[in-house]
Design a protein around this ligand. Structure first.
Ligand code: NAD
Length: 273
């Protein structure tokens, strides 16, 4: 299966579709990531706070897949926000992953109450300069946070990873990303499994003979977003990847757009710290 890539403003390419491992227990991470790699996923999204970087790293090492064919993302947790702290945290993550660099390193939340995300960003600029991460980006940033990073100058985020699914479509933040030339990654793209009984999703699934999860994945892909749904079930890991043989119609996409209800599942980035 040829997964499309998205070209980022630093000139690199990222596979548009990958595998996420939030809430995958440390003891399961090696098994599920090994399964994902076997099925064909080449883009893995983890984070220091997920506590499973070692398992991800073991699966990568055991796979024998050449490093340049893989795209690995991890994230800097807010307790390590600071220029020197970021560098130390990156080194810890690399050690756990068993890698000499990641493809993408993100600041995990802006945590505006502590006002340290600009210092953390300077840390990521250093990390990119040193080649420890090829690309750098942010997660859960709002337009105002992106504007301040732009004012700071220097290397700019290529990605903003935010909560996006049919119940929360984030038009405002996506417009802010586009203003800065930043690509959008959708986290909890399947609304953590809560969107599968909705009528437009069920109707499209029946029309194409696919699962509701596959429909929601296509809804993201056809709008150009990067996503990495999570599953710990072999059969779902495989079927979620089997999404490149059908296309939703404009009417089906629009009907799913109609599910918007400001339905945030995670914390509000303006308040979380
Ligand atoms: P998701 O929307 O990918 O949903 C995952 C859940 O959906 C599974 O646990 C399972 O219950 C269900 N599911 C998956 N495939 C299914 C299928 N084929 N059939 C039926 N049910 C199925 O949720 P997520 O894990 O929160 O988000 C994906 C990834 O996004 C995470 O693993 C993580 O990598 C990233 N993420 C990032 C942040 C952040 O702050 N940056 C926050 C949350 C998640």
């Amino acid at each position: 299966t040829a997964v499309p890539t998205v070209t980022l403003h630093d000139g690199t390419e990222i596979p548009q579709f990958g595998f996420g491992v939030w809430q995958v227990p440390a003891d399961d991470a090696e098994r599920v990531v090994a399964k994902a790699l076997e099925v064909g996923y080449r883009h893995i999204d983890t984070a220091a706070i997920y506590g499973n970087e070692e398992g991800v790293g073991r699966a990568i090492a055991a796979s024998g897949i050449p490093r340049e064919e893989l795209y690995v993302t991890t994230k800097l947790w807010v307790s390590d926000f600071g220029r020197a702290e970021a560098k130390a945290a990156m080194e810890t993550s690399l050690q756990k992953l068993g890698l000499d660099h990641v493809d993408l390193y993100l600041t995990h939340w802006p945590a505006p109450a502590t006002d340290k995300y600009l210092e953390a960003w300077q840390g990521l600029q250093d990390i990119a300069e040193q080649g420890l991460s090829t690309s750098i980006g942010v997660s859960n940033h709002l337009g105002e946070h992106l504007d301040r990073i732009a004012e700071l100058g220097g290397r700019q985020p290529v990605i903003n990873q935010i909560e996006v699914h049919p119940f929360l479509q984030q038009r405002e933040v996506i417009a802010a990303n586009e203003k800065h030339g930043i690509a959008t990654q959708a986290w909890s793209p399947l609304a953590q499994g809560q969107v599968f009984d909705e009528a437009p999703v069920v109707a499209a699934a029946e029309a194409h003979g696919v699962s509701p999860a596959q429909v929601v994945i296509r809804w993201h892909l056809q709008q150009g977003r990067i996503l990495f749904p999570k599953s710990v079930t072999d059969e779902r890991i495989a079927s979620n990847f089997d999404v490149f043989g059908f296309e939703l119609t404009a009417e089906e996409l629009a009907a799913i757009d109609g599910l918007e209800k400001d339905g945030r599942l995670g914390p509000n980035p303006a308040e979380f710290s």
